[in-house]
Design a protein around this ligand. Structure first.
Ligand code: CU
Length: 280
């Protein structure tokens, strides 16, 4: 029997994920490429999952204000900004854009030290409130043979629309520990699929066809989360007065936490610094 949102072929999908991650799953050998392709195609034809379950009774609607406090600031990389590495897309001619050079996205630091694509979220202080997810879907595109955006913050049970804007075949493989995982084929421009994650964690997204394509989808149970912009800035708005633990996650630098006290109507400035060591 399948529950809400369950894929009928979920066992096959999990099998694919498990066998494709030998380093994470005890060193099992990867499936032969031909078998992989069949499974990827199979997954692409799998029945679409149902819509997410409705929010529980008493959940706070996404558009409802619960406070007026703001925690804002910057995430800073303290050290010499590392150069971004060129990505060689020569295996896929359609990916290459004349005159432009694709660069790695795993560590992007602005000239004045702002860290882009850091995920800032509240990890404690909201009590037992339950929040309904936004009704608008979050969107992750495949454009120029990269995932756009590189880090997409969503709420649990928020619909995520994956789209392919490229004239080439991609796939979307979700890698996590707590959520229902999937692997869907994206056979060409205009293809889109909708999925959702129900449990807070950072889900890794991959395209198996282009090894350089990776992204992250941090999932949170409430709306107080942001991904830093080009200058490393963020703002968590609409908080009730209280004491919060603010955590920053970055794919290369790990996590930092900071306790922040904020009053109703107050804007509290917080800068959170990574010391420049790259620890995986
Ligand atoms: Cu791809």
């Amino acid at each position: 029997m399948t529950g809400p949102g369950e894929l009928t072929s979920v066992k096959a999908l999990r099998g694919l994920d498990a066998s494709d991650m030998p380093s994470l799953r005890g060193g099992r050998a990867a499936l032969p490429a031909a078998t992989m392709s069949c499974l990827v195609l199979l997954c692409g034809c799998a029945q679409e999952p149902a819509e997410p379950p409705p929010p529980p009774p008493g959940a706070i609607p996404a558009e409802q204000s619960i406070g007026s406090a703001v925690i804002e600031g910057r995430v800073v990389f303290d050290g010499a900004p590392p150069p971004r590495r060129p990505i060689r897309m020569s295996s896929e001619a359609a990916c290459q854009r004349p005159g432009t050079e694709a660069l790695s996205e795993d560590l992007i630091v602005s000239p004045d030290g702002g860290l882009k694509n850091a995920y800032v979220h509240i990890t404690s202080g909201l009590g037992d409130r339950v929040f309904a997810p936004p009704t608008a879907p979050a969107v992750m595109d495949q454009a120029g043979c990269t995932f756009v955006p590189h880090v997409l913050d969503v709420q649990a049970d928020q619909v995520i629309e994956f789209a392919n804007g490229d004239p080439v075949v991609h796939n979307v493989r979700a890698i996590g520990e707590k959520n229902r995982l999937f692997n869907v084929s994206m056979p060409g421009k205009g293809k889109s699929v909708r999925r959702y994650f129900s449990v807070p964690e950072v889900v890794k997204i991959r395209c198996d066809i282009h090894a350089w394509m990776s992204a992250f989808i941090p999932v949170e149970s409430h709306p107080f989360h942001r991904v830093t912009g080009d200058d490393g800035s963020f703002a968590l708005r609409g908080l009730p007065a209280g004491q919060y633990m603010v955590e920053v996650w970055h794919e290369k630098l790990g996590t930092r936490q900071q306790t922040v006290q904020v009053a109703e109507g107050e804007t509290r400035k917080v800068d959170i610094t990574f010391n420049g060591r790259t620890t995986p």
